[in-house]
Design a binder for this molecule. Sequence first.
Ligand code: UDP
Length: 382
Amino acid sequence: MSKGIVVVGAGFSGAVIARQLAEAGLCVTVTESRDHVGGNCHTSRDAHSGILLHNHGPHIFHTGDRQVWDYVNRFAVFQPYRHAVRTTVAENVYSLPVNLQTINQFFGTAMRSDEARDFIASQSIDIPNPTNFEEAALASIGPALYEAFFRGYTLKQWGCPPTDIPAAVFRRLPLRFNYDDSYFDHPYIGMPENGYTALIETVLDHPLIHLHLNQHMSKADLASYDHAFWTGPLDGFFEHQFGRLGYRSLRFDEFRERGDWLGCAVMNFGDEAVPYTRITEHKHLAPWERHDASVLYAETAIDCGPNDVPYYPTRRLDQRDLLVRYVEAAEATIKKTFVGRLGTYRYIDMDVTIREAMDTAAAYLSAKSDGTRPPVFSVHPL
Ligand code: UDP
């Protein structure tokens, strides 16, 4: 007997797909291998201080997509939040992304906007079609800023030379010729008042959704369902039969202080000699709360072994053939859709994840009513 629809994984992708299908009248089983929902956006209250912890590193909700913003606001109260990041390099603290303050402080100048624009243009290297992170950086900001703010951090973050990383990763950060120090350019930015796990619990709170925590699902377990949405790692679905796709994992070293220790929510560390990439002071991610205590995480990127949590698909240029094999294997499956950051092996933010999950649910419903094949991927990985 068919068991209906199953969604594997209760992060943003899985929760939004389940909700959209349930609201269309379908019965959905959601399984989650962890003992909580939220995936790598999971937040929890620290038992001693009550501080809201971003257990898998800082997550700031930001989007330019009005529908996505309205969607998340259905399920949680969002508090206004402004994300400003600093970076420590050679015992100086700078604003990040690189803005006019960063440029003037770094070069010991007092340039106006147009002067700085010309100056940076004179520093940049003429690379017509940058193919990797390093080329994109050199073409945009030139060697001095690249060496100081990006090379060391990127080596630590990705564990390989920046020439092996896609150029798109560099382009995540804007370059500004003004004093705007906001980390994101998006018009809608905020934080769910009670954290992401509470938000995702509310998304999943629907009479047609049946959630099962602590349940591992394998490919074989999915055979008896009408359709399965897989939000885990793409290669994990195939039990790594062709080898392991590269992911970076993270190690969080927690320490406790009192008062305001860091002075901001996130401090990056650009120097290669400092082993961690950034420190997060969690209470500053919820500035509407007051706490004397403070909980901080020093975050170190590590290679993702079989027992580590995958966070970042590395998409190393030399792993493309392996990715192609998994994509072809996925395309040969039936009644499966691969979704989200891990399911499509793409470095996407929360808002994009939600948009793609909404669109995937809609595509599934229309394929079902037309009698056509639902999409294999929410967005094609290649
Ligand atoms: N990056 C860097 N120096 C920094 C911050 C970021 O070199 O101080 C690079 C690094 O390669 C990183 C990428 O820019 O992976 C994107 O940064 P973002 O802050 O978007 O990363 P996330 O918060 O998703 O880890």
